[in-house]
Design a binder for this molecule. Structure first.
Ligand SMILES: [Zn+2]
Ligand SMILES: [Zn+2]
Length: 331
């Protein structure tokens, strides 16, 4: 049985009372501070959760607004453009510095990435770098091996611990004020994208085109954003569970052609985990990598520089025939 030794004597008793009173109030303050932190984090989780659920629910409005070729075309165009924003700029340029861009182009790429409504560049990159540091181990924010598929796919987004931007992961990016501002006000670009869809639809309808402001808002922003969410999330969930492994990376990353097709090259995820710092992710002859095509195009135009390519030794390790290696080593 646990016994508590109490101090004896009046002096000791009054001193003990003072001490225990001070401790109690300090404990109460600490408890209140913790409760406040939990409430604050809960509110922060809701700030992520409410828009996330709302944009999913808004897709149901398609029943009311119908469809038109212009609406579906806008949806596809905004999906592709913003997917490039994620794979080329948020991921390969900012997260891994696999190539360099002039500062204006870097900021423009970050704005395109931010339009996908996957939070700001510093937050996105910090969590992604943590994923590479602890891949499929405790500490990985989204591992299907550690936490199961649903948490790896999307539930991790709502975890209070994942709400802050871990600045210590992104000191190289945090020195750019434009990236800090974009991160702090990350809702602005997606909101402007949604408004632009509504405005464009309204203008086209007035010009006699078969669409409307609401129809373009639903197709151009809501449906395309939800599709972007789940294709990006599939890299974290599906491409760490289903697919082929070319390299023994010590994690569960896989090359998955379907995820690659949806994410413009991000699904060659086992290749990527073997050499994260290189700009191209498709290594095999049939491993199409549109994200790389954009980087190569920017390199040939003199916009992108310091483009990092896979090491020939790594390609040999992956069983790439010598004839194909030369192709992969060309910028
Ligand atoms: Zn991964
Ligand atoms: Zn990566």
């Amino acid at each position: 049985m646990l016994t508590v030794k109490r101090p004896s004597g009046a002096r000791a008793t009054s001193g003990a009372r003072a001490t225990s009173g001070a401790r109690a109030s300090a404990g109460a303050r600490a408890l209140e501070a913790r409760n406040q932190a939990v409430r604050h984090r809960g509110i922060k989780s809701m700030r992520v959760g409410v828009p996330f659920v709302a944009v999913h629910l808004a897709c149901l409005a398609v029943i009311a607004v119908g469809w038109s070729p212009v609406a579906v075309g806008t949806c596809v165009a905004l999906y592709v453009a913003r997917e490039f924003g994620i794979t080329v700029f948020y991921h390969r340029n900012l997260s891994h510095r696999a190539f360099r861009l002039p500062r204006v182009a870097q900021a423009a790429g970050a704005v395109l990435g931010a339009s996908a409504a996957q939070r700001g560049p510093l937050w996105w990159v910090a969590h992604h770098r943590r994923h590479h540091r602890f891949t499929d181990l405790p500490g990985d924010p989204h591992s299907p091996v550690v936490d199961g598929m649903w948490r790896a796919h999307l539930l991790w987004l709502f975890d209070a611990a994942n709400q802050p931007t871990a600045r210590e992961e992104v000191p190289d990016l945090a020195r750019f004020p434009e990236l800090r501002i974009l991160d702090r006000f990350h809702h602005v670009v997606p909101a402007a994208t949604a408004l632009a869809c509504f405005g464009l639809g309204t203008l086209l309808a007035r010009a006699g085109v078969d669409t409307s402001g609401l129809q373009l808002l639903v197709w151009g922003f809501c449906i395309s954003t939800v599709a972007l969410y789940h294709s990006t999330f599939a890299v974290n969930s599906i491409a760490h569970h289903f697919g082929k492994r070319r390299f023994a990376t010590g994690d569960e990353s896989r090359n998955n052609w379907l995820v690659s097709a949806l994410t413009l090259g991000e699904g060659w995820h086992n290749n990527h985990h073997r050499c994260p710092a290189v700009a191209r992710q498709g290594f095999g002859r049939l491993e199409l990598d549109p994200g790389w095509w954009v980087i190569r195009g920017m390199s040939r135009l003199g916009i992108a520089s310091a483009v990092r390519l896979p090491d020939e030794r790594v390609l040999a390790e992956g069983g790439i025939p010598p004839g194909q290696r030369a192709r992969l080593l060309r910028r």
